[in-house]
Write a new protein. Sequence first.
Length: 501
Amino acid sequence: MSSPPEPDARRWWGLVVIALAQLMVVLDATIVNIALPSAQRALGMSDGNRQWVITAYTLAFGGLLLLGGRIADLVGRKRTFVLGLVGFAAASALGGAASGPGMLFGARALQGVFAAVLAPSALSLLTTMFSDPKERGKAFGIYGAMAGGGSAIGLLAGGLLTEYLDWRWCLYVNVPIALVALLGAFAVLHDHRPGHTGARLDVPGVLLGCGGLVALVYGFSEAQPRGWTDGLVLGLFAGAVVLLAGFVWWQTRAPSPLLPLHIVRDRDRAGCFLTMALATVGLFGMFLFMTYYLQGVLGYSPVKTGLAFLPMTAAIITGSTQVSARLLHHVPPRVLMVPGMLLAALGMVLLTGLTVEGEYATHVLPGMLLTGFGMGLTFMPVFATATAGVAPRDAGVTSATVNTSQQVGGSIGTALLNTIATTSATAYVTAHLRDPAERARVAAEGMVHGFTVAIWWAAGVMVLAGLVAGLLVTARAPRHLTPPAEGAAAENADARSAYGN
């Protein structure tokens, strides 16, 4: 094994640039949510088509992440990071200038394409920049805070921009952010290993893997408006199973696989990927329900709704940077991940006490704080453990797999839990509506009842995530996190060597 490279003197400034880019990608998944009603009125979108503003982004992002990660490994992480920033900014400007629904949908899809290039490049750059365990813990704590809190920040930013400027600024705002990150990338980022230009891209793997992920994410997004038994939804799920099964089969035979299976065969990484997917099932569902509860039941404005999520964001940042980042090099990752998931589950349980006459300080804030703190405890060790000890040539695709887990989990959570909430609300109204004059009151009670039932399910998923982390993630506290050398030895390196197993 070759000696580790000297730490980059500009690595902390590089972290600022990477965190800024990651924040932009994550918050863009939610920043347009609050602006959607205004955009729908301005562009004349139908109720049936408006969901494409969200779906076009998540489809392209979630479906193409593996491809983006592999391109980063082959072409070079800094190059793809810069390309992702430029493309994301251009797509954002196009969306802000949209003159019709089709133009906006296309721009959102382009944002997703370039986000799929940008996100794994950012995480793999971070992975190769920090090798000292203590520094790595701090770096991943900040990165985990951005990944966990970005969605809540997006809700706040969306409310402020929509209320005081215009819905188009929810897209235009990415241009100056990307410009600052781009200047920073040229100034402080350095890719020690600029890629493997002699390697070939696994085209059949791209078609099977990305096609399967697109079908899966699209199926879950369509399950929300169409229902789980709709022919299109069932066809998409069946197609996803066939394509992903074919992808796994092909990866065992491909000369240059898109996703080398030794990455997911590792017990610790597999546990981190699954924990991330389950955690975001509950988190994204909670964001959806609390947004509707605060605005639709308590009557909050878009800005007030965004501000209501700030304490949760602060709790995520605290758990990630002040607790997990300080403890990870002293304790095994699951010692943080399991309590984190259980705390998040407890926070969800508190949120099941929501009522039509609920108060923010007593019914909402305690659950949000516990959930946020638990997610902060979990996200940081998940990112650090999943990317530890990876051969540099696989850093991009490993980072992409972590992001894919997060994106697919969020898509599943939004569709699955929203369907549970809607079904429960309808059943409640049917059972309790006796006098037509009370329809408004019963409808509001039914809505809240649907939210609480779905949040109970989310709490159960969080407990399951904690169980997965406790059983699968067996890595010990890191003694050293030196990136393995290139070559045959690196191909066989895994997280256990980095974590002292």
